[in-house]
Design a protein around this ligand. Structure first.
Ligand code: SF4
Ligand code: SF4
Length: 335
C-alpha cells in the first residue's frame, strides 16, 4: 500500500468516450468515493476535471519535466497514427503536437500504464472498417503485440500495459484494477496473455447467463426477443468470451444477455470485425463454427443431438417465445 495518494492522469484519444460514461456509473461505492477510498488523486481527466487549455498542458509539461510524479497513466480510445504515421489526424488541443507523441512521452514517465477499453488496448472499433486513421492500441495492434509503445515496453514499475479491455469497460473492472495497483499487488501474473486483468477475464460471459438452461438442452432462440439460448442462431459467443458480465452485473442488474443481445466478445482483440453480422451465427453443415474453446467438435455434436432429443416441451416452447409460456410443473402434481 502506498503512503500517499497516487497521481492518475487520464487522456482520451480515438474513441467514443463510452468507457468514461460507463465508469461514471460505478456503484457501491460510486466513482469519486472509489477513487478516494483507493487512494487515487485525479491529476486531470477530460470529463471530470475543471481545468482546460494552458492549465492542462502545463500539467503535462510538468510531468515530462519530472516536476510532477505520474503514478498512473490511463488512455481511453485508440492511438491515431495516421496519416502516414504522423499522428496528425489527432492533434492535442492547444499544442502543435499529435496526441500520439504526448501519449508516448507520458508513458515513459508513468509507474503504470493502463489502456482503458478495447480501443486503447487493441485498436477496437476505431481500427475497424479498413482502419483509415491507422489506429492501434497502446501495446497491441489487434492480437499482435506492438502497437504504439512496442512489444518490449515496460512502465517505470517494469509492467507491460494493463489492458482493461471491454467496449465499454465495466466501471468496476476499472476501479478494482486501480485499487489492486494502489495496494501494490498487481503484477504481470495478474494479467492474461492479452494483458487483461485476470480478476474479470478468468471467467466466461456464459457463466451465470440466465439462458443456461436453454443452452444445456440446445433450446435456441430464433429471433432477438426470444428467451432461448442465443448461441446457435443469433451470434452469441459467451462460451468463448472472457469477462464476468453475468456474475458482476452492469448498472445494478443488467448484462448484454439480460437485455436480449448476444455477447459479441467485446473484451477480445479483433472483436470489431468477426467476418459476419454480430447477430448471426456462422455455421458449417449446420454446426456453429465458434464452439466452446475446451470442447472438441465431435463431443459438442454428440451432446447437442442428445440434448435436443431430450429437450423438455416447456423449454422448446419458451425458447422461441418472448415470455414464459409454459411454467415448470411441480413434481407429483397434475394440473
Ligand atoms: S445465450 Fe450465450 S452466454 Fe447465454 S447460455 Fe447461450 S451461449 Fe451462453
Ligand atoms: S456480455 Fe460480451 S459483449 Fe456484452 S459487455 Fe460482456 S463481454 Fe462485452
Amino acid at each position: 500500500m502506498h503512503d500517499q495518494p497516487l497521481n492518475m492522469l487520464w487522456l482520451q484519444s480515438g474513441g467514443c468516450g463510452g468507457c468514461t460514461l460507463s465508469m461514471m456509473c460505478a456503484e457501491s461505492p460510486e466513482l469519486f468515493t472509489s477513487f478516494e477510498a483507493a487512494g487515487i488523486h485525479v491529476l486531470w481527466h477530460p470529463s471530470l476535471s475543471e481545468a482546460s487549455g494552458n492549465a492542462v498542458t502545463q500539467t503535462l509539461e510538468a510531468i515530462i519535466n519530472d516536476e510532477v510524479k505520474l503514478d498512473i497513466l490511463c488512455l481511453e480510445g485508440a492511438v491515431v497514427r495516421g496519416p502516414n504515421n504522423t499522428g496528425k489526424f489527432h492533434m492535442m488541443a492547444g499544442t502543435s503536437e499529435p496526441m500520439m507523441h504526448w501519449i508516448k512521452k507520458l508513458s515513459l514517465k508513468a509507474d503504470y500504464v493502463i489502456a482503458v477499453g478495447t480501443c486503447a488496448a487493441y485498436g477496437g472499433i476505431t481500427s475497424g472498417g479498413g482502419n483509415p486513421t491507422d489506429a492501434c492500441g497502446m501495446q497491441y495492434e489487434g492480437k499482435r503485440r506492438g502497437g504504439l509503445l512496442g512489444q518490449d515496453f515496460r512502465s517505470v514499475r517494469k509492467l507491460s500495459v494493463v489492458n482493461i479491455a471491454g467496449c465499454p469497460t465495466h466501471p468496476n473492472w476499472v476501479t478494482e484494477t486501480l485499487a489492486q495497483i494502489v495496494l501494490g499487488n498487481f503484477t504481470e501474473s495478474n494479467m492474461d496473455e492479452f494483458g487483461r486483468p485476470r480478476s474479470y477475464v478468468d471467467q466466461l460471459v456464459h457463466h451465470g447467463c440466465p439462458r443456461n438452461e436453454y443452452y444445456e438442452f440446445k433450446a435456441s432462440a430464433k429471433k432477438p426477443s426470444d428467451l432461448g439460448c442465443l448461441m446457435e442462431n443469433l451470434g452469441c459467443v459467451g462460451t468463448q468470451a472472457h469477462a464476468d458480465c453475468n456474475t458482476r452485473l452492469w448498472n445494478g442488474g443488467g448484462s448484454c444477455l439480460r437485455g436480449d443481445y448476444p455477447c459479441v466478445n467485446c473484451t477480445a482483440p479483433g472483436f470489431e470485425e468477426p467476418g459476419h453480422p454480430f447477430t448471426e451465427t456462422p455455421k458449417i453443415a449446420g454446426i456453429p463454427v465458434g464452439l466452446p474453446t475446451d470442447m472438441p467438435k465431435a463431443w459438442f455434436v454428440a451432446l447437442a443431438s442428445l440434448s435436443k432429443a431430450a429437450t423438455p416441451e416447456r423449454l422448446k416452447l419458451n425458447a422461441v417465445s418472448d415470455h414464459v409460456k409454459v411454467v415448470q410443473g411441480i413434481r407429483g402434481r397434475t394440473k
